[in-house]
Ligand binder design. Structure first.
Ligand code: HEC
Ligand code: HEC
Ligand code: HEC
Ligand code: HEC
Ligand code: HEC
Ligand code: HEC
Ligand code: HEC
Length: 315
């Protein structure tokens, strides 16, 4: 009996280990011999700081663990490297002026995502974020790594460690959308995360409700549009469908509810309501202060007149 019990896990374990070893050996290749052993940073030929260390185990466990390094690193600028045969494709080369804005060490590797994720790459290019990078040559809007993190350790979105997991998306989008400098520079109202957290959805999210919508539920993940652009999922008829996914039969009136509380003039009642409240507080304060000043002045004036004995009623 004992023998059978210990035999079962072993016959499962051995092929698993062989599989793991095989995939690790292929992905590591020659590259990890150096890159898992080396630590720290060096300056490359362009003067950029290169972090040379890779965690071999974490790379192997990532969604790209079975790829060759050179699937992404199709060329090299420095170091003891030979580029892979074939090198850079024309599509990748065409993206370089833009990926250079986002990847200082290896813009080729960032453009290489397009080789295996062409649909998503196209969506990002056409989004409001992509418009900034690919049309206006801005470096602030996000490309793949701003949302997916370190390219070597990307895990499935269902993994709690993924920056695009349900639990982490707020923080990921919030790095820019809760950053006042970025908001101001691009004419956005900012404080988006706080405003979401104050909303009916956000309050439930904080309590751990998994059914409430998060940033990408309403705005999308890759094909994110300007809020007011024609066809935007959060305006007009399309908004009815977006909210209607969970609120069956949502009406125009229902979808007018402020999903980012106090987001601005788009929601005049809370927006002007808040302004009115501030006005009221300062009004009452101002009134009280001037009342006290006037009262004191009246007292002082009375005292002066009484002392000098002039003009008093009992003269
Ligand atoms: C003999 C050790 C060694 C091997 C093998 C090696 N590298 Fe490197 N690599 C380095 C060193 C040292 C640097 C940093 C020095 C520099 O960039 O000049 C570096 C830098 C890099 C950089 C950043 C600079 C650049 O050129 O873009 C990348 C990316 C890179 N290596 C990827 C790889 C890949 C992929 C492989 C396998 C095909 C590989 N390395 C194999 C030692 C090695
Ligand atoms: C899924 C694509 C992909 C794979 C696979 C990949 N890399 Fe990278 N790697 C990138 C991207 C993108 C960058 C970022 C370039 C930047 O920010 O300039 C990068 C950066 C690097 C750097 C520089 C790190 C830094 O921050 O300075 C090194 C070194 C490197 N990779 C080595 C490797 C090695 C070794 C492997 C294989 C074990 C590998 N890469 C596999 C996409 C990849
Ligand atoms: C050589 C092809 C190839 C390249 C190049 C490549 N990927 Fe992937 N990627 C894949 C494959 C295959 C999967 C699917 C793995 C799976 O389904 O388990 C994947 C999965 C992913 C996922 C999905 C994680 C999830 O939620 O399931 C993300 C995110 C991702 N890749 C981002 C990138 C980024 C960013 C780059 C560029 C730095 C890139 N990929 C480059 C082949 C590639
Ligand atoms: C603005 C942030 C953002 C940017 C930029 C971004 N992604 Fe994503 N990505 C996400 C989010 C959020 C998800 C999870 C979507 C979900 O849960 O359905 C995701 C999911 C994915 C997936 C898993 C499959 C899927 O559609 O759910 C892949 C593959 C992927 N992204 C690749 C990429 C690549 C390649 C790029 C660069 C061209 C990129 N992403 C740029 C936020 C982003
Ligand atoms: C329930 C759907 C929904 C969710 C969830 C949601 N939004 Fe919005 N978002 C909207 C709508 C609708 C607007 C248009 C303005 C308004 O009605 O408040 C908007 C406006 C915006 C704007 C433009 C406003 C500005 O000027 O800054 C940004 C940026 C934004 N959302 C980002 C986010 C981020 C980041 C998250 C995640 C914390 C998020 N949204 C979650 C529906 C949503
Ligand atoms: C690296 C910074 C960064 C990250 C991360 C980021 N964004 Fe943005 N986002 C921007 C910038 C910058 C703009 C303004 C682009 C422009 O107007 O040219 C923008 C614009 C937008 C807009 C349009 C706002 C409007 O005024 O109509 C929405 C909606 C949006 N982002 C949603 C998201 C969501 C959802 C996420 C996370 C999944 C996200 N963003 C992640 C930087 C970022
Ligand atoms: C992914 C599903 C989902 C989407 C999409 C969604 N909501 Fe909700 N919403 C919820 C959940 C879950 C609650 C909490 C319901 C409860 O507690 O009974 C909620 C609550 C609300 C409430 C509070 C009153 C009530 O009915 O409980 C309002 C108002 C609301 N949502 C408006 C919207 C608007 C407007 C949109 C579109 C811009 C939207 N929702 C999109 C899931 C969603």
């Amino acid at each position: 009996m004992r023998r059978v019990l210990s035999f079962t896990p072993v016959c499962l374990l051995v092929p698993l280990l062989v599989l793991l070893w095989a995939s690790a050996a292929r992905a590591s290749g020659d590259c990890l011999i150096c890159h898992s052993a080396m630590h720290g940073a060096v300056k490359d030929a362009k003067g950029e700081t290169v972090q040379v260390h890779l965690d071999a185990e974490a790379f192997t466990k990532s969604v790209h663990g079975s790829l060759e390094c050179t699937n992404c690193h199709m060329s090299f600028t420095s170091g003891p490297h030979k580029p892979p045969e074939g090198g850079t494709t024309p599509e990748v080369a065409a993206l370089l002026p833009y990926t250079r804005l986002k990847a200082k060490v290896d813009p080729v590797a960032l453009a290489a995502c397009s080789q295996c994720h062409p649909g998503i790459y196209k969506e990002v290019r056409e989004s409001i974020h992509g418009e900034g990078i690919f049309k206006k040559k801005q470096s602030d809007p996000p490309l793949c790594l701003d949302c997916h993190g370190n390219p070597h350790y990307i895990v499935a979105k269902t993994d709690p460690k993924s920056p695009v997991n349900f639990a982490n998306v707020l923080e990921t989008c919030g790095r820019c959308h809760n950053n006042e400098e970025v908001a101001k520079k691009y004419g956005m109202s900012g404080h988006v995360i706080e405003k979401y957290k104050e909303s009916f959805h956000g309050k439930k999210y904080i309590l751990g409700d998994k059914k409430v919508p998060i940033c990408n539920t309403c705005h999308g993940a890759h094909m994110i549009m300007a809020v007011a652009a024609p066809g935007s999922p959060v305006m007009g008829q399309a908004k009815l469908a977006t909210c209607g996914r969970c609120h069956k039969g949502a009406t125009e009136k229902f979808v007018a509810a402020p999903v980012h509380k106090y987001i601005g003039k788009e929601n005049p009642i809370p927006f002007y309501g808040e302004k009115l409240l501030i006005l009221l507080v300062f009004g009452v304060f101002g009134f009280t202060v001037s009342h006290v000043i006037l009262e004191s002045w009246a007292e002082i004036r009375d005292n002066i007149f009484r002392k000098s004995g002039k003009g008093g009623p009992h003269d």
